[in-house]
Design a protein around this ligand. Sequence first.
Ligand code: IVH
Length: 686
Amino acid sequence: MKAYIEQLRKELHQHNYNYYILNSPVITDKEFDDKLYELQQLELNYPEFADPLSPTQRVGSDLTGAFEQAEHQYPMLSLGNTYSPDEVSDFYQRVQKALNEPFELVCELKYDGTSISLIYEDGALSRAVTRGDGVKGDVVTANVKTIRSIPLYLQGESYPAKFEIRGEILMPWSVFDQLNIEREAKEEPIFANPRNAGSGTLKLQNSAEVASRRLDSYLYSVLGDDLPFTTHFESLMAARSWGFKISEAVQVCSTLNQVFDFIHYWDIERKNLPVATDGIVIKVNSFRQREELGFTAKSPRWAIAYKYQAEKALTRLLSVSFQVGRTGAVTPVANLEPVQLSGTVVKRASLHNADIIAALDLHIGDSVYVEKGGEIIPKITAVATELRNQDGERVKFIETCPECGATLTRIEGEAAHYCPNDQHCPPQLKGKIEHFVSRKAMNIDGLGSETIQLLFTTGLVRSVADLYSLKVSDLSGLERLGLKSAQNICKSIEQSKTISFEKLIFALGIRYVGETVAKKLAQAFKSIDKLSVATVDELIAVDEIGERIAGSVVLFFADEQNRQLIAQLREAGLQLRLNEESDNKISDVLLNQSIVISGTFRYFSREEYKKLIEQHGGKNAGSVSAKTSMLLAGDNMGPEKLKKAEKLGVRLISEDEFLSLIGQNPTRDESSQPIQQAPPQMGTLF
Ligand code: IVH
């Protein structure tokens, strides 16, 4: 069996390489998934043959604690940046003068991501460390293992026994766009560019979440003692043969003109790449010559970065319009005289909020610079005040809602303005219905934005509760809706009555309550009746729920119309409580206990402990307060939590103590799976 498992792993590593490095898979995704599933099952059944670098480990786990730090063997320096061709010529001449012999340069793309250092020992990935302060960085191995283009084991046999390889971790544009769509739907702040999104992802505590973000990598420096290479190019080609993703855009140049050709070619071509680049890096090829050139205090004398100008265009601000979203947030949008920028015609740019408008001191008719750097939405970066026409009126943020006339409000400490009329403001009502029916919420088919508009204007549906009294005959008479579509919509509405409680909470569209928060609320309060009377204190005791979310939940249920809505949804037969079966109650041994978990554990993951706490009647809380009954303390627990627990006299309980408290044998065998556990002996400790 061991040999078979190893063979399966080898095959899967190869398929990963074919897919993520060579871009030429030889099996279908389904075949890959089936093999991976088979391996997962075998690893579960034969834990004695476990391998931390198995392809199954790429899906990540939620076990990661706070990051350890590690010192870099060679400091991670930065490069001198230039923006002009003249400075590139200066660099070339400096190198020429210092070496006083023929030399070659290697031109590469400058990837706009997060730099990473990977250590390989005996052909296996042993550690991944971020740049940090250049001297030491965070150890993010568990997260990096989820990146499919980073080999866990190397190919061939020619690799050195120990070496380091550096490169960039990147979030592809396609993943970034999708992530932002999802974040926008949840009204979470969107990432400004893939670099921020990628580096944020790399620092997530949950490597399963990292795995879902499909990061990519490009490697560009091989380091080590006594490496068998005389040139950088040679080392890159060797690294490619070991299985690393080395860009095709690497060129050895022996003249300055070749360098400029590379710069000009890639200025256009880079826009077709799946990841962000912001310039090129020019490096001396020979390692001996690099040694001769040496370093300044901050950067090597043998390399330089040429940064492409962020693309800019000058155009005119025609007007500013204000859009109202489903939660009432008002977004100002600049309407511009159409202008070409990075291959697209730009007519609109986001102005984000009132502070940005004020900082730009915008006037209608102003000549403005629009930029599309790493960002997806073009933005106005400056006003050419010297071209200002004196008649232009200063742009003022509106005071009343452009849709319903209500006076806008601004929450202290927040940049956004809101329309408070959430029960009557049309875009908010329509937005709420669109959100309610969406796939991740109640998953009601056939109700696109236009149909919802139709239902809204005909007065058939003014709130989500009205969906549940719709009849086929109401719908089939509507413009563009035939009998079949009407029947399908009604069927899908009917089916939505079985959608889980947590999805229903998400579907309600409570401000700041995204999918994850909804899940936490459902698990903590179990029913809408309990959730609707929860106080801010009770809410913030739940893991990851802060005051902002808690306040918003309380406000939602304090509203009489929302309470009526819940009554109507109850009448319609929706799931307003957690399904007891999924609850898997084991005992009441932790009843009325509010427990905080901190640190990393030996026998179960944090998520599993949370589940166990609930299964034994306890409540999970995110932060230590006077109401905390105990703190389940693992290794490397947060010092703040510990300090607070000691100050408040909260009982600290070790992993072993906790397991014996709930009657679990602290060994990880089949009988200790959290869900299938038999009830413990009651009353042993309480
Ligand atoms: S070589 C001594 N090559 O740009 C530094 N860096 O400002 C040698 N980068 O920290 C770095 N693409 O994060 C190198 N092809 C490339 C690169 C690259 C992106 C980043 C890297 C580095 C920063 C330098």
